[in-house]
Design a protein around this ligand. Sequence first.
Ligand code: NAD
Length: 481
Amino acid sequence: MERNMTQHYRALIGGEWQQGRRGSFAVDDPATAQVVAMVADVDVSQVDLAIEAADRAFDRWRRLSAQERCDLVLLWHNRLQENRQRLAELITLESGKPMAESLGEVEYGASYLKWYAQQGVRANGQTLPALPGGRRPMTVKQPVGVVGVITPWNFPLAMIARKVAPALAAGCAVVIKPAAETPLTALLMAELAQEAGIPDGVINLVPGSDAAVIGHRLCTHPKVRKLSFTGSTSVGRLLMAQSAERVQKLSLELGGNAPFLVFDDANLEGAVSGLMASKFRNSGQTCVCANRILVQRGIYDDVIARLKARMAALTLGPGALPGTDLGPLISDRALTRVEALVRDAVASGARLTMGGSRSPKGERFYLPTLLESVTEDNPIWTQEIFGPVVAVTQFDTEEEGVRLANSSEAGLASYLYSDNLPRAVRVAEALEYGMVGINEGIISSAVAPFGGIKSSGLGREGGQEGLEEYLETKYLCLGGI
Ligand code: NAD
């Protein structure tokens, strides 16, 4: 990552650090709203150069043995680990999250590099039973090709690692467009990949302020064979429509609206701890955040009392300050959006019983907020809150709880707390979500397939499924035997 004294960062195209042909764009620290860096703003001709470079590199990269590729991915993992403090500081600087969470993100992101460095050597095809007429069928696994990668700001390192580690292990080359809010961590990751010996052009990084133009090119350029996107459902829909033209392969990790069910037979302290971890991580700005909290009537008052005590104990502040639990929201726009959501929820009958306003800590800080009596017809029910706001409702029967939990277009994560095993299994099977946390609020791991159903997207990241996303299965039929 080349930068001069005024903290100008460049794009990485074919192994060269380049200025942006559209100039540069500013990155700010969400805790202070101060500009902390200027980053190369690429134009569409540079996206084309990056795609061409990736295509050339792909031709060589795919010819390495899987073991040679995986050895390099492991070296990249090691460079990440050696630079974990630097990476975490950048994550906190540009995303605002507390340092403890940033260090956790580096660890979590690096775990994908390590896991796929081990799993990439197992991209096995199959020999199938013989066919009549002297024919022998078999399959081979081949890399998809050049992959476009578009990532959000809420996990600047991990969202790239989850896509690029399996892509590289499979033999693909990538062109990454990081979120404009958080390109600095991505740039350091790319620099560390260079240091690890990943060949020029295998990883290209095209930061830019005109996401629509870059995204369109990554969907329509004939040399890009797949797009892997994590972000909002609305942008995901647009990319899906654009990709239809060339029937380009797609992985989409989109928005969630996670239900969090607490049954009267749950360990309540465990349930509230799980809820706090799920809800307040990254100030509520994660796609798997508990979004609609459904509590069975008999334990409702007890759960609310415990929750309020835990929420009152949260420390708001800049992520870099030791002891901070909750950092700022990412932008002024994010803050005004959360304010409007809470205002509309209250106007539609929700009871505000804690918080509900900005914090004096700074421009983008919002107080931990509790909304009760949030009914199905409340507008906040259908929204991904993306802020430190807990929206709670009550239910009576298991059947009603499941029905309410499933009343959403989204189908990413869901959670249930119950110490009754048959009930936990029944409810987990009935939840229409790609992932279910059972007595657990933090579920994501490199070994497991992460992803959603319904409007939450297509495909999985993590596990063997995550590798398959970057592989084509080719069928060979050997005749005349
Ligand atoms: P976003 O969709 O606005 O942006 C995501 C990325 O898409 C960014 O890089 C952005 O620059 C780019 N982008 C924006 N408009 C584009 C366009 N027209 N064409 C191409 N690219 C475009 O989302 P966000 O606000 O950065 O992130 C928050 C959203 O991401 C939430 O909805 C959250 O649930 C979702 N998310 C999902 C997962 C998951 O795994 N399912 C993980 C993290 C975040």
